[in-house]
Ligand binder design. Structure first.
Ligand SMILES: [Cu+2]
Length: 180
């Protein structure tokens, strides 16, 4: 290995070490998971994300040991007032901006809870960010208050990504709202 090659490597290492991790720029607040009825196959998570850095940050992947799988979903309303939701490949938080995940909009769709999580339980999530680092986010299980529109009047026709367990899960969430 010649000296020039070594110099390039040491430069690369220095650059790597001096680059702040995106996780340090991303503030997460008010992270919560809506309590679901017993046997629910799916739950939903919400939070506010603020990017205090100078670079846009994308969240590419969400996972949690408490769930079989997790996706980031977007809920939209069409011209006829029909709501539908679909997974998005990533969620971007632009530099200096905030993005809120809330009932009726962006949310974490959490499939296959390992047990029944109740109000007050803490759930850990791992976000994989666009700089290939990951960060941990802790959310608290809460009861959903009010008659939010989340998962209420959905256009099931548009849920192409849905397999049966998920479909059932959403129907259970609907029922939980009516019982509240
Ligand atoms: Cu969803």
């Amino acid at each position: 290995m010649n000296n020039r090659y070594l110099a390039i490597i040491s430069l690369a290492v220095t650059t790597l070490l001096s680059t702040p991790l995106y996780a340090a720029d991303l503030d997460v607040s008010d992270a919560w998971v809506a309590e679901a009825p017993p046997m629910a196959a799916v739950m939903a998570g919400y939070m506010t994300l603020h990017n205090k850095g100078k670079t846009g940050i994308k969240i590419f992947n969400v996972s949690s040991p408490e769930f079989k799988s997790a996706e980031i979903h977007e809920m939209t309303t069409d011209a006829n007032g029909m709501m539908s939701m679909s997974p998005i490949p990533h969620l971007e938080i632009k530099a200096g901006k905030s993005v809120t995940l809330a009932p009726g909009g962006y949310h974490l769709m959490l499939y296959g809870p390992k047990t029944r999580y109740k109000q007050g339980d803490k759930i850990a999530f791992k976000f994989v960010l666009s700089d290939n680092t990951s960060m941990e986010v802790k959310a608290q299980v809460r009861k959903k208050v009010g008659h939010a529109m989340d998962h209420g009047h959905m256009d099931h026709e548009h849920m192409q990504h849905g397999d049966m367990p998920m479909h059932e899960g959403h129907e259970q969430m609907d029922h939980s709202m009516h019982n509240n």
